[in-house]
Ligand binder design. Sequence first.
Ligand code: ADP
Ligand code: MG
Length: 636
Amino acid sequence: MESSVQTLEFQAETRQLLQLVIHSIYSNKDIFLRELISNASDALDKLRLESLVDSDLDADTSDLHIVLEVDRDARTLTVRDNGVGMAREEVVELIGTIAKSGTASLLEKVKAAKDAEAAQSLIGQFGVGFYSAFMVADKVTLRTRRVGTAEGTLWESDGEGTYDISTVEGLPVGTEVTLHLKPADGEDGLADYLAEWKIRSIVKQYSDFIRWPIRMAVERGQEDGVSVTEMQTLNSMKALWARARAEVSEEEYHEFYKQISHDWTDPAEIIHMRSEGTFAYDALLFIPSQAPFDLFSHQTKRGVQLYVKRVFIMDDCEALVPNYLRFVKGVVDAHDLSLNISREILQHDRHIRGVRKRLVKKVLGTVKDMQANNAEGYAKLWDQFGRVLKEGLIEDPDNTEALLEVISAASTHDAEAPTTLREYVERMKDGQDAIYYLTGATRAAVENSPHMEAFAAKGYEVLILTDPVDEVWVDQISEFDGHRFQSIAKGQVDLDDQDDSGDDNEKAQREAEFATLLPWLAATLSTQVKQARLSSRLTTSAACVVGDDHDITPQLEKMYRAMNQQIQPVKRILEINPKHPLITGLRDAHTKNPDDPALPELAEIILGTALLAEGGDLPDPARFAKLLTDRLAHTV
Ligand code: ADP
Ligand code: MG
């Protein structure tokens, strides 16, 4: 029973936007269903709210739900809700126009955009919502009745320039949107949106956690030649993150974690937070207990998904967590974002940045708590994810302090357990002003390196840094708790609270004894060495090579080479041990006959052994081997 039909024009801007939508702004057409379900869900929320606020309202809220209905013969898909509904003027206003400000300027920009991708990212700022139905339908019929009113409204359009609107009697409260689908696999390459599996999979992917049941009649089989159907609820409705923590059991959290992470083991930590400020959101994050096999592959995705009001928006949301927290899994559900928000827009959204900041703080805070209260858990976490967390020291200068508080490193203090920096600082000797470290390929290589000798002899603790990422961060971080980081393979070592380096007089005398040998060594080895000097870091070795404070380490040099970066070879400093018989012997021989042809070869052997001792590479191993064996031949 329809009253006279009125034909109205879409507002100009709406028409333009519709054209954009129809002519495939979105590459992913499936999202039309997400949009309609989200609108239905909002309408159910509103009805419940209104009935709570107004007890006189004649509203039935006993079974709020969404129904999807397929009619294969008519080729229609209907989304129906028994929510709040719309009055006629609301339909005109909400569906017939785009009330949002900035539509005109958005359209200008979209038209100016060079390619579809740019246009899509622009339109992502904008909820095209209801209009996305026109991507898959060539006609849309909407029937609706507002709660508390008697008359219903019918709205129909082909999305071109106009829509028809009329008043109808006898509609139930709520809204029904019927899509007259375009042909599947036609020129638009549409999927078959009448197929049960397709509908199921879209609902599962995008709308699983909608709090209202989404029902559909599905075929159960045949009985006496007639197909039997039953109503099924397609969504799980269980959005754990929207519930209070006290209401969720450990098992439920674990189950949910396994579902989203594809991990079989229980998570190490659960972080459940809610913010009700100007930008409300729920976040449910997990720290896994074991690292995935692909944690260090280039394609590793971040584990945090973005939802908007329980509607799935995207996986791998890089705007929400930094790369060094890529092992964290979970969900963030923002209450106030457009469903069509694009990755690009998210990156620059002020609110999202605020969320990211809080999530990072919370995760690092959780790691710190583990360190304080759950030593075993922390040790395991460090073992699994420590290398990734250390990337944060390079990536995230805003959180340097917090990161330094939670990192651990192997140390000469304990052969087994790593130490935190805080513990290291507490053990520092009187007068020690720096945190000493040495980088290298393995613990053994670092421990046995000649650079370690004096530090070991004098009881200074040295951090043993063997991860490739260590090379980079120690170079960038200036200090922890007021103590700078000092490589024991760099700069001058002056462990001067000890007395066995002798007094100044003795030092000066020794310098004089080597006054001619040192420049000769530097000149002889000048292709690899920029300076030769006496060492105070050696006790048993004859020589070692070191860098200036700002030189990059040989390991880092190697890493850059491996990444195909062009860098100048770095010349090192040769330090010799003035008490070693090989060195005093060389000095005496050089004093006796500076032109002895055997001496440059001996210098080369001394440099070569110093390089080998620190675990470094020789520029010409074959030549070194020959020099050494020739020498040894004289001694047997
Ligand atoms: P948005 O959801 O972002 O507001 P839409 O284009 O999806 O944008 O919907 C426009 C408006 O139309 C909604 O805000 C709502 O007021 C109204 N509307 C759409 N679908 C329904 C529905 N099923 N029931 C009630 N109102 C609806
Ligand atoms: Mg919407």
